[in-house]
Design a protein around this ligand. Structure first.
Ligand SMILES: [Zn+2]
Length: 76
């Protein structure tokens, strides 16, 4: 156990709802381990490029739901 208690090590943990979260060890004291559960890309400036492959009007269901259905959207 002690060999993973190194600053910068990523440790997989479960929260009280059973979700798995990866935390990075940020600090270690004699009684505490300080961990950062932010996503590694948090606070980074991200740039994306993409190509619009098609455009279509929203369906009445999509307008009512406020989100896209079908490929790349919500399926329900
Ligand atoms: Zn919907």
């Amino acid at each position: 156990m002690e060999d993973i208690l190194v600053i910068g090590t990523a440790v997989l943990m479960n929260n009280d709802e059973g979700h798995r979260l990866t935390g990075i060890i940020k600090g270690i004291t004699s009684t505490e381990v300080i961990m950062d559960f932010n996503h590694p890309m948090a606070d980074k400036e991200l740039h994306f490029t993409g190509t619009i492959v098609s455009v279509r009007p929203a369906t009445p269901d999509e307008i009512a739901h406020g989100h896209v259905h079908g490929d790349g959207g919500v399926h329900h």
